[in-house]
Design a protein around this ligand. Structure first.
Ligand code: PGA
Length: 254
């Protein structure tokens, strides 16, 4: 049985390198105490190197990457550069980037191919914008196909799909977490699409996680679902106690 994966997405927090390193140390302690969970810490890019120095059991994640390996791309960072400083996971296609920076499925596709090509794992975020059951298959299906169609089949194992409905992200106005039923329905659908594009075995073995207002209280309801491999945690990942409790819970899952 694979370990459950907990991804701490710090977004554009905290404000200082000192705070980032202090928080990373605490999360590392939780990861070392609960080796049955796989923990990924994704700080802002400016803090990747200092955070890398304190992580041993927890893995280092980036929140973004560019798809080219080198060249005239002001402000961007390549997969090879990321890997060189110890990054093993890259969050790709987060709804905040799609919304604020115009990231398209085509860009997301290129990033995933580049990340997988560099031997890292891409955490592909997808999810419908509004809470209306009917939107999920259409939006999630289009995002998934746009991001994954044409990807080398051997790269699919490098993709972790995070179902993260925008309406459930804690900073969305009026947010509330998805129900376990919502998450399960989406996870089943994600596997079905991956199975249709890359074959049934790929659909079965794909790693699918949930994101959106995950906290220590509700994480068990998601991790306990058959076929749910973990969680992407935003706000609660900035609170050492919350995240430690989430990691403990993930390690206890069979
Ligand atoms: P949240 O954020 O846990 O604060 O809802 C999750 C995310 O957007 O990655």
């Amino acid at each position: 049985m694979d370990k459950k994966i907990i991804v701490a997405n710090w977004k554009m927090n905290p404000a200082s390198v000192g705070d980032a390193v202090a928080l990373a140390r605490k999360i590392e302690r939780a990861a070392a105490a609960h080796l049955r969970a796989e923990v990924v810490v994704a700080p802002p890019a400016v803090f990747l190197t200092p955070v890398a120095r304190v992580l041993k059991k927890a893995a280092l994640g980036a929140q973004n990457v560019f798809w080219e390996q080198a060249g005239p791309y002001t402000g961007e960072m390549s997969p090879a550069q990321m890997k060189n400083i110890g990054v093993s996971h890259v969050i790709v296609g987060h709804s905040e980037r799609r919304e604020n920076l115009g990231e398209t499925d085509e860009m997301v596709h290129r990033k995933i191919a580049a990340v997988a090509g560099a031997g890292m794992a891409a955490i592909l975020c997808i999810g419908e914008r509004h809470r209306a059951g009917a939107d999920m298959p259409a939006e999630v299906g289009a995002q998934l196909k746009g991001a994954l169609s044409g990807l080398k089949k051997s790269f699919v194992k490098n993709v972790i799909v995070c179902y993260e409905p925008v309406w459930a992200i804690s900073t969305t106005f009026g947010a509330r977490p998805a129900t376990a039923d919502d998450a399960l329905r989406a996870a089943v659908y994600v596997r079905k699409i991956i199975g249709a594009v890359f074959g049934p075995a790929a659909g079965r073995t794909a790693r699918v996680i949930y994101g959106g207002s995950v906290n220590a209280k509700n994480v068990a309801s998601f991790l306990g679902l058959g076929g749910m491999d973990g969680a992407l945690v935003g706000s609660a990942s900035l609170d050492e106690k919350e995240l430690s409790a989430i990691v403990r819970r993930a390690a206890a899952e069979k």
